[in-house]
Design a protein around this ligand. Structure first.
Ligand code: SF4
Length: 344
């Protein structure tokens, strides 16, 4: 089968094999791939882009992920924790200017106990009709269960790579099996689960990426972040090459054609790597964008991968800029919360 026929088959059946995905990723023919992905996005997600406000409230982390700049062994990083009142005030400010989803993200920081996170969820939900996505890493089943009861809507926990050996090498503090177990708990508890993975991890190949995409389907996630690996100099992988932006866009496009209704962001890592990638992602299947809403003094310190220095801007001004950009590319900001897209 030629590449166009494979793409058509995946679009028609929503099924794919490892070999089919690998062939698409290896092919230089990208125009047809991106046009089918864009068509699929329009069919299932319309022209709406969901804007999510993310509060990165702590850069303390107990984990040792070999690629991450805020891993516990990076002693050169200045650490911060936002107070609960400050987090709620930040969420309130974002909600009042129109953010309908607040993502609460941090390293795996157990200073924020089950009770503290519960209190945060309840206080933010009391602001109005706002969705909460948690992105707090691997926690106990009872934590996840309590936070769902408190009103959390979604949970983002990227699987990072579907290659079990590679996963275990990159995450010495945990295991691939534990990661999958957490993702399955989240699904069972009724969260809208999110996962995702990186392109360009040392030791990864196209077969791994095909497995990554198929794992998203198997886990039946409602959102998935696909971004390039960006080496951070203060990590053991600091000397490696960054992942390819083009390959990331191709993986995103295949994910859209296969998964249909999953929310797929134009990831920040893709945008940091190359500003044009943001627009390219919106033409390759993406329908979501996230904006940091915590104070500028914290943004630079949430240093998972290297980025340009942060320019101090007012929250409203930032939102107006992103709205104007979205209009410029012919899309509109969605006016709903952007929950899981139902099957049609
Ligand atoms: S990737 Fe997440 S869990 Fe791993 S070190 Fe970074 S913040 Fe911690």
């Amino acid at each position: 089968m030629d590449i166009k026929s494979i793409i058509d088959k995946i679009y028609e059946t929503s099924e794919a094999t490892i070999d089919e995905i690998t062939a698409i990723l290896a092919s230089k023919e990208t125009d047809y791939l991106f046009s089918v992905a864009d068509h699929t996005r329009k069919e299932y997600c319309k022209d709406k882009i969901h804007l999510r406000g993310i509060i990165e409230f702590s850069n303390y982390c107990r984990c040792e992920c070999l690629y991450c700049g805020i891993r516990c062994h990076n002693r050169s990083l200045q650490r911060y924790r936002m107070e609960l009142d400050e987090i709620v005030e930040t969420a309130k400010a974002a909600y009042e200017i129109g953010y309908k989803t607040i993502i609460l993200q941090s390293g795996e920081d157990l200073w924020y106990t089950r009770e503290k996170i519960s209190s945060l969820i309840r206080r933010i939900k009391a602001l109005g009709d706002v969705a909460i996505t948690l992105s707090l890493g691997e926690r106990d089943y009872e934590d996840y269960k309590q936070w769902k009861q408190d009103g959390a809507d979604r949970y983002l926990l990227k699987h990072e790579t579907a290659d079990e050996d590679l996963y275990n090498r990159l995450h010495p503090h945990s295991s691939f099996k534990k990661r999958l177990q957490c993702l399955r708990w989240l699904k069972k508890l009724g969260y809208q689960p999110g996962s995702g993975f990186m392109i360009g991890l040392p030791g990864q190949n196209l077969t791994t990426i095909a497995k990554d995409i198929l794992l998203l389907k198997e886990l039946d996630v409602d959102m998935a972040g696909i971004g390039p690996f960006l080496p951070h100099p203060a990590t053991p992988l600091g000397e490696n090459h960054a992942g390819s932006g083009l390959l990331t866009l191709k993986a995103l496009a295949v994910a859209r054609i296969l998964l249909k209704r999953t929310h797929l962001p134009a990831t920040t890592a893709l945008e940091v790597q190359n500003r044009n990638n943001r627009e390219n992602a919106f033409h390759a299947g993406a329908n979501v964008i996230m904006r940091k809403v915590q104070a500028s003094k914290y943004r630079q310190l949430y240093d998972i991968y290297p980025k340009k220095s942060i320019v101090e801007k007012d929250l409203k001004q930032e939102k107006a800029e992103i709205e104007s950009y979205i209009q410029k590319i012919g899309r509109q900001i969605a006016d709903d919360r952007g929950d899981a897209i139902p099957l049609i």
